[in-house]
Design a protein around this ligand. Structure first.
Ligand SMILES: Nc1nc2c([nH]c(=O)n2[C@@H]2O[C@H](COP(=O)(O)OP(=O)(O)OP(=O)(O)O)[C@@H](O)[C@H]2O)c(=O)[nH]1
Length: 129
């Protein structure tokens, strides 16, 4: 099983979501930025590294929320989400096709990677960070 860390990054009340490119696995699906945990790496180091590599910004990690295990058929993932706050830098996409800053109530309108759906549902229920 693949351990993937992702970040739900708040810019004030808005949340950053990114769209996979048509050349990636799960083409054009929306997800939270992140990536695979490397051997010996802490989850917190992993998410800060991935966000800098993919989005070019610094974040403050706040806390972990419930993980989501999903079997895509050809691979199975354990998706581990962290709530975070934007700290500094300008968004520049290295791999993704597009991004949006959305309020919580708009999240459900996207075509999400399946593994993200329980995470989006939990986020919608959350009263505060
Ligand atoms: N970063 C990220 N990955 C997710 C999410 N949801 C989800 O199913 N995934 C899947 O987790 C897998 C690992 O993420 P990745 O970004 O490191 O993988 P990748 O396919 O871009 O890289 P690869 O081509 O080297 O395998 C991807 O297949 C991706 O589709 C999510 O919210 N964020």
């Amino acid at each position: 099983m693949l351990n993937v860390i992702c970040a739900i990054i708040f810019f004030d009340e808005k949340i950053l979501v990114v769209q996979r490119s048509d050349k990636m696995k799960l083409p054009l699906k929306w997800e939270f930025p992140g990536g695979k945990l490397e051997d010996g790496e802490s989850e917190s180091d992993c998410i800060q590294r991935e966000i800098m590599e993919e989005i070019n910004i610094e974040i403050d990690v706040i806390r972990k929320i419930s993980n989501s295990i999903y079997d895509y058929g050809d691979f199975k993932i354990n998706l581990i989400p962290f709530i975070a706050r934007y700290a500094s830098g300008e968004i520049q996409l290295a791999e993704h096709n597009d991004y949006k800053l959305l309020s919580k109530s708009d999240l459900l309108n996207l075509d999400w990677a399946e593994a993200d759906l329980p995470i989006v549902a939990e986020l919608l229920k959350m009263e505060q960070l």
